[in-house]
Design a protein around this ligand. Structure first.
Ligand code: HEM
Length: 458
């Protein structure tokens, strides 16, 4: 079947220029925008069970700036107007700090890493590994990604209910460890992929949030101890890899190779850099690919469109972009403000954690026509795949500004090479008629039953 034609009327692009408006009066010290009064524990459970619905209700009731209180993540000001959200993410690093915000949400990332660092520490950490993630560095990997995906998909059980999410996770881990980190020893690669999976495993339903700095010293200490234990095997294997390469006198390929080009970096430091990278490189793409399979199992036009269009072509990419809109793997990108930040209506004061609620912005009816419908053609113009011409401020699956996701090209490699290899081997049918809710599990949005499906040979 051929892919559906592009939509005739594109939605005009909007950009986040300097805010205009009647009042940009700052909040008084200690004052914050209004928000739900329920205790933090109640807000946390509601948010983790139904992040989109909870945010929609809060925005409808309190307006575009809403203060939410979450048990472990602390107090966040959700900036629900797309232009405001963009301003938060585009704020210069001297105004908004992403590393501190992530440490607040995710206590165990090193402050010297690309994920958890700020200022010079972040710039150095990002510069060390960036070369391993540019499209040119990944270009040649497509056949190996496709081969790994085919191998995994061939081992997935058919004819009985199975959860797709853990299987896609295992695939993403394998790709990351072997091809992106560049671990060549097959035994170590297998052990490391397994250790990464165990490190990131989150207990089932109800989903468990990850305690961050706001959680208080006792909870934080307990969480750190638990994570240290869980990540011990991955740390040891990463350290073994670093030592083996140093002993062989060559940095080797992939992200580990890029890091080890810096001779001054110690083994512990290298592991501190690699661990958050491995976390960031596994959970969101696994959730993203699982959602593409889950959505296509319930939407025949999407499934037929994917199967009938060229992998990596305009329609294919538009379809994946659209799934990332309706089911974004990362629900929020946040910054700790170290200076006041003027937004459209008010100025947020320094000290506040300002958040761009990605999951809510992607359904904003002011930006999207029929936001709940899956329409890949939103991302097509004259047969080209476009993301800059959609309402750009309301489409932020990879965040924005200086801290925008480093792994977008790798995500496209997985979407263009792994996904077709999987679809060529299996057909996915939902195991239960009722659609799966998107819930927060750890730090990502996943289908609440893990995309419980019955697979059939294609
Ligand atoms: C569907 C797939 C993915 C999604 C939706 C996603 C989403 C995001 C988001 C929303 C952020 C925060 C951006 C911000 O604060 O403005 C982020 C940051 C990041 N992502 Fe991804 N990501 C994906 C895949 C990956 C992959 C495959 C990697 C590979 C390592 C990766 C590495 C990173 C890193 C290192 C950062 C921090 C960048 C920095 O602060 O400089 N991501 N990602």
């Amino acid at each position: 079947m051929s892919a559906p034609p592009p939509a005739p009327t594109p939605t005009p692009a909007r950009t986040a220029g300097p805010p205009a408006g009647p009042s940009r009066e700052p909040y008084a010290p200690g004052e914050l925008p209004p928000g739900p009064r329920a205790p933090a524990a109640v807000q946390t459970v509601a948010f983790h069970r139904d992040p989109l619905g909870t945010l929609q209700r809060a925005r409808d009731r309190y307006g575009d700036l809403v203060t939410v209180r979450l048990l472990l993540a602390g107090t966040l000001v959700e900036c629900c107007d797309p232009q405001d959200a963009r301003r938060v993410l585009d704020a210069d690093p001297g105004t908004g700090q992403a590393g501190r915000a992530r440490q607040g949400l995710l206590g165990m990332v090193s402050e010297r890493s690309v994920l958890g660092g700020d200022g010079a520490a972040h710039r150095e950490a990002r510069a060390r590994v960036a070369a391993a993630f540019v499209p040119a560095a990944l270009e040649g990997l497509a056949p190996r990604v496709a081969a790994l995906a085919a191998e995994h998909a061939a081992s997935w059980p058919t004819g009985r209910p199975t959860r797709l999410l853990p299987r896609v996770r295992a695939l993403c881990d394998d790709v990351f460890v072997r091809l992106v980190l560049g671990v060549e020893d097959p035994g170590r690669a297998r052990a490391l992929a397994g250790a990464v999976q165990r490190m990131l495993w989150t207990p089932g339903n109800p989903p468990t949030p990850v305690p961050g700095q706001q959680a208080g010293p006792l909870v934080q200490a307990a969480a750190r101890a638990a994570f240290a234990q869980r990540s011990a095997a991955a740390r040891r294997l990463l350290a073994d890899e670093v030592r083996a390469r140093r002993a062989a006198g060559r940095a080797g390929g992939g992200a580990v190779g890029a890091l080890l080009a810096d001779d001054a970096l110690g083994v512990g430091d290298a592991v501190d850099q690699l661990l958050p990278l491995t976390m960031a490189g596994q959970e969101p793409p696994a959730a993203g690919l699982a959602w593409v399979l889950e959505r296509s199992s319930r939407l025949p036009a999407l499934d037929a469109g994917l199967r009938g269009s060229a992998p990596g072509g305009a329609w294919w990419r538009a379809a994946v972009s659209e799934v990332l809109r309706v089911r974004p793997p990362v629900h929020t990108a946040a910054r700790v403000l170290v200076r006041d930040l003027p937004l459209a209506s008010r100025t947020l004061p320094a000290g506040v954690v300002a958040a761009a609620p990605i999951v809510l912005l992607h359904r904003d009816p002011r930006a999207w026509e029929a936001p709940e419908e899956v329409r890949p053609e939103r991302f097509l113009r004259d047969g080209r795949h476009v993301v800059d011409e959609v309402p750009a401020a309301a489409y932020l699956p990879f965040g924005g500004g200086a801290r925008r996701c480093l792994g977008e090209p790798l995500t496209w490699l997985l979407a263009d090479a792994a996904l077709p290899a999987v679809l060529a081997r299996i057909r996915v049918a939902p195991a239960l008629a009722r659609a799966e809710r998107q819930v927060v599990r750890g730090t990502v949005l996943v289908p609440h039953r893990g995309a419980l499906s019955v697979l059939h040979p294609a």
